[in-house]
Design a protein around this ligand. Structure first.
Ligand SMILES: *Cc1c(COP(=O)(O)O)cnc(C)c1O
Length: 374
């Protein structure tokens, strides 16, 4: 890569190429083994990921969206129930709630961490609310301490959307071990990514795990005996074998993301952009490094013109999307949600970016941020 090559916002191929031999070995093992669905690789990955997270049970499924839906169903949430979440997230978070027949209720975010504001939850409660579904957005843990007390006080389930938070911690405990049930995505660009779709549920509750295990395969208690109506949401052996490789390198990859973040922090201090914060006790895994700028769209165009790819996560909050507009329950103002959508910009972030390109990104952002106004 030369000085002039554009820097992409993410580069999953770089991660694959860096571990090509290990991945080829994993794929070869599956091809030779002849077991292609729910076999020894899925079992081993579930065991290894559970150990990594510090939870007793992990259940591999077909995607992060499915993981959310099956986590909700494992908690018994369905038609007639409401689930409190945020509108500043991947649409999948809200879509999964509707998939199980429940109704999403959107609450505003804390503008510093971009995660569900616990202060807004109580005013959004109704007798139908059964669960809180915070998202550890961009790799920063949501305010789980306050959310846990709210959940306990109002007898709600606490379900974590960990799709952007593989390895993140709060007071030394991993995201995925902070609520009742957690959902992970292994979409290729996530901190732990497959080469295709994949997801997982993590829980300390043996009953929830057992339910999720049945639901992912036609509700089978044993083969061909459907105990409950289920679905097909299996993690395949190839993806599980590849995820085992990625898991071995996850901490090292997250450390390389954090090193990029430190370069951005230092290079952009005083540059006229709002930098991401990390709250006390939080281990941020920088799925994204998100800055804010009033002239975001102009800044993004300038960066593109100077070889720096930046993305917007997310440009339109869920309640303003055509599919959801006007039909979700929104008990309070969503001012911080809408302001975030108008000003956030995700700088290039992936483990293989490296210090040299990170310095180049910081220099370009610094130079252009001053020239663009809101
Ligand atoms: C990626 C993502 C999902 C959905 O995961 P898929 O594997 O694409 O279904 C859900 N929530 C958040 C916050 C995500 O980033």
């Amino acid at each position: 890569m030369t000085e002039r090559d554009p820097i992409p916002p993410a580069d999953p191929r770089a991660g694959v190429l860096a571990r090509r031999a290990e991945i080829d070995g994993a794929i070869g093992r599956v091809l030779d083994g002849g077991h292609y669905i729910l076999g020894p690789e899925v079992e081993a990955f579930e065991r290894e990921f559970a150990a990594y997270l510090g939870v007793p049970h992990v259940v591999g499924v077909a995607s992060g969206t499915d993981a959310l839906a099956l986590a909700l169903r494992a908690c018994g949430i369905g038609s007639g129930d409401e689930v409190i979440t945020v509108g500043h997230t991947a649409v999948a978070t809200v879509a999964a709630i509707e998939t199980v027949g429940a109704a999403p209720v959107l609450v505003d975010i804390d503008p510093e961490t971009f995660t569900l504001d616990p202060e807004r939850v109580e005013a959004a409660l109704s007798p139908r609310v059964r669960a809180l579904l915070p998202v550890h957005l961009y790799g920063h843990p949501a305010a789980m301490g306050a959310l846990r007390s709210l959940a306990a006080r109002h007898r709600l389930r606490l379900i974590e959307d960990c799709a952007q938070a593989h390895g993140a911690t709060l007071d030394g405990i991993r995201a995925g071990a902070l609520g009742d049930v957690a959902a992970f995505s292994f979409y290729p660009t996530k901190n732990l990514g497959a080469i295709g779709d994949g997801g997982a549920i993590a829980t300390a509750d043996a009953g929830f795990a057992e339910k999720a295990r049945r639901l992912r395969e036609y509700g089978w208690r044993e083969r061909y005996v459907s105990e409950t109506p289920g679905t097909n949401s299996r993690l395949d052996e190839l993806q599980a074998a590849i995820l085992r490789v990625g898991l071995r390198h996850l901490d090292e990859d997250n450390a390389r993301r954090a090193a990029v973040a430190r370069i951005y922090d230092a290079g952009l201090a005083g540059a006229g952009v709002v930098l991401p914060v990390t709250r006390a006790g939080c281990g941020h895994v920088y799925h994204q490094y998100v800055i804010r700028h009033a002239g975001r769209d102009g800044l993004r165009a300038e960066l593109r013109a100077h070889g720096v790819g930046a993305l917007i996560h997310y440009p339109v909050p869920v309640h303003l999307q055509p599919a959801y507009r006007g039909r979700l329950r929104i008990p309070g103002p969503l001012g911080h949600t809408e302001a975030a959508a108008a000003t956030v910009l995700s700088l290039p972030m992936y483990p293989e970016l490296g210090p040299e390109r990170a310095h180049r990104v910081a220099a370009v952002v610094r130079e252009r941020a001053g020239a663009v106004t809101g």
